[in-house]
Each structure stands twice: as structure tokens, then as C-alpha cells.
Design a protein around this ligand. Sequence first.
Ligand code: COA
Ligand code: NAP
Length: 275
Amino acid sequence: MQLDFDFSGKHVVVFGGTTGINFGIAQAFSRQGAMVTVASRRQENVDAARAELEKSGGRVFGVCADVRDFDAVGKAFDEAAQRLGPIDVLVSGAAGNFLCEAKDMSSNGFRVVIDIDLVGTFHVLRHAYRHLRKPGASVINITAPQSFVPMRYQAHAGAAKAGVDQLTRTLALEWGADGIRMNSISPGPIDGTEGFRKLMARDEQERERATAAVPLKRIGTVDDIANLALFLGSPYAGYISGALIPCDGGGALESVKPPLEAAGAALINEARKAH
Ligand code: COA
Ligand code: NAP
């Protein structure tokens, strides 16, 4: 199910937008009439995404750039603005991740995720600024629950996404006077995506555990996230800026609960013994 918004004549850029959640967001904006630029590292992903988006009939531009390369990101934005004009909505969601205990992680393993997720997001925002429509642009950073809920084997991604969320709030302050809104979406586990497969659903048992951990008792869909992105990109969200918005069926709350419950149970047992 998708909400009905009109983005005709608007230019939407989705960085890291060629697969998974971010591609779903690009598709949603394209279906609502937007001109869409998608960018990522691999030419084959850019070509496939562009071809798929062209099926919805809108104008599409695809460009290859690694977010770790400051100059390449700058060139991508200059080309996108030249082709499709000032940017009305920017979605920044390029990311890399893997499960690894901090004690086993190499310096390069930690750095690669910081470089893609955090430094890469800075590169994207820094270059987008000169092409963002002022006033009126909406910027959406795609983060993750490990930004505010510590998760095992996620020291690198947790640190990176927490940094991205702080960029959201800091730049909402700095760019607010230009009429630019800036928000983060923090998706929960999303079906059919690389992130979910890699981190939480390596087999059926893990998938069932991930489902049980969500208060709404279902895994999210790409449309769940795309609908929120459409809303944040639209004038209906015109007074929302600097917000970190979970879209996770309440999952981030549940992740905090078990240790608290365990602590609670321990205290109750102590009290019983003392009685
Ligand atoms: N466990 C531990 N360390 C790992 C690892 C794993 N599963 N995967 C990669 N690393 C380490 C590598 O060993 C290397 O460190 P080293 O030089 O000390 O050996 C470092 O990370 C960089 O790996 P490399 O494969 O060279 O990086 P890359 O730039 O080619 O790829 C990744 C980046 C690792 C993040 C890759 O998974 C990726 O491109 N992911 C994008 C897709 C994705 O993860 N999507 C989900 C988003 S939530
Ligand atoms: P995905 O399909 O792997 O998407 C990642 C996108 O980023 C791809 O388009 C990829 O394309 C691009 N990318 C990766 N490294 C890049 C780089 N160095 N430079 C430029 N582009 C790069 O992953 P996903 O699971 O849908 O996740 C999308 C976003 O949602 C991420 O920010 C992730 O952290 C977040 N998230 C996902 C989940 C989930 O359940 N899936 C949960 C919480 C948060 P190329 O390979 O062509 O570069």
C-alpha cells in the first residue's frame, strides 16, 4: 500500500538508491511523478535501477559514485543538477555492514563502515547543499536502530549511524535558516533486503526470532519506509525538522526491554529471598 502524494516536477536524489530500501524509496517517488536521480558504487546496479525506474515513465538519471570519494560525489551532484535541476528531496542511505565482535574487528573493518556510512553521508550532504532548493528542500538520512540501542557485533555500524543521526540534528540547526528540513528515518528489520538477510535472517530460526522481537509481530516492508519518506519529502511534513524517526513496529523499544526485565526479575528474586 502506498499513499498518494504529488511530486510532479520535483527532483528527488537517492544516494545509495539502486537496491533494497533506498531503491524502494526511489521507486515510490518516481511513481508519484518525481524526476529521480539514483546513485551508487556499481555501474550494473545503477543501470538496472535506472531501467526499472524508467518503466514508471518518469525522467531518471543514474550516476556511479562511491560515497567515500569526495570529488566523485561532487561531480555526481553537479551532473544531476545540470540534468534535472535543483534538488527538492535528498535521501542519503548508502551503507555497508557485517556482524563482527569488536574484539575481533580489524581497524580497517571498523573504518570501512565509518567511511561509507558516516563520512560518506557527510560527503553527500556537503555537496548536495549547493544544489538543494532554498527554501523548501527536504533531506532524509537513512539510519538504523543501533544508533540509539546498543547491539552486539555492531560497534562499527552503531557508532557510524549515531554519527549520522547527530549530523541530522546539527545540520537541521545550521540549514534551517535556508528553509531546508533534515530528518532521519531509522528502519527496523525490512523484508527482502540485504541488511535483513545479512544481519538478522541468516536462517529461518533467526527470522522467527527477529519477528518475535517486534512488538507489532511482523517484519517491515520497503513500502513502510517509502511511505514515511514520501511524507517527510512532502509539504505535509513542513514543520518537521531535526527528528529521528523510527519506523520499526516498536522494535527499538523491545530491544531495550529484555535487560531491564532481567534486572527487574533479579531484583524481585532478591526481594523474595530477603522476605
Ligand atoms: N567480518 C569481519 N571483518 C570484515 C567482514 C566481516 N564479515 N567483512 C569485511 N570485513 C573487513 C575486511 O576484512 C577488511 O579489513 P582488513 O583489510 O583488515 O582485512 C575491511 O572490512 C574492508 O573490507 P573490504 O571487503 O575490502 O571492503 P569493501 O569496501 O569492498 O566492502 C563492506 C565494504 C565490507 C561493508 C561490504 O560488506 C559492502 O560493500 N557492503 C554493502 C552492502 C551492505 O552491507 N548492505 C547492508 C546495508 S545495512
Ligand atoms: P542495500 O540493498 O545493500 O543498499 C545499500 C545501497 O547503498 C546500495 O544501493 C549500494 O549500491 C549502495 N552503496 C553501498 N556502498 C556504497 C558506497 N561506498 N558508495 C555509494 N553507494 C554505496 O541495503 P538495505 O538493506 O536496503 O539498506 C539500506 C539502508 O537502510 C542502509 O542505510 C541501512 O543501514 C538501512 N537499514 C536497513 C535495514 C534492513 O533491514 N535492511 C534496517 C535498518 C537500517 P552499490 O553496491 O552499487 O554501491
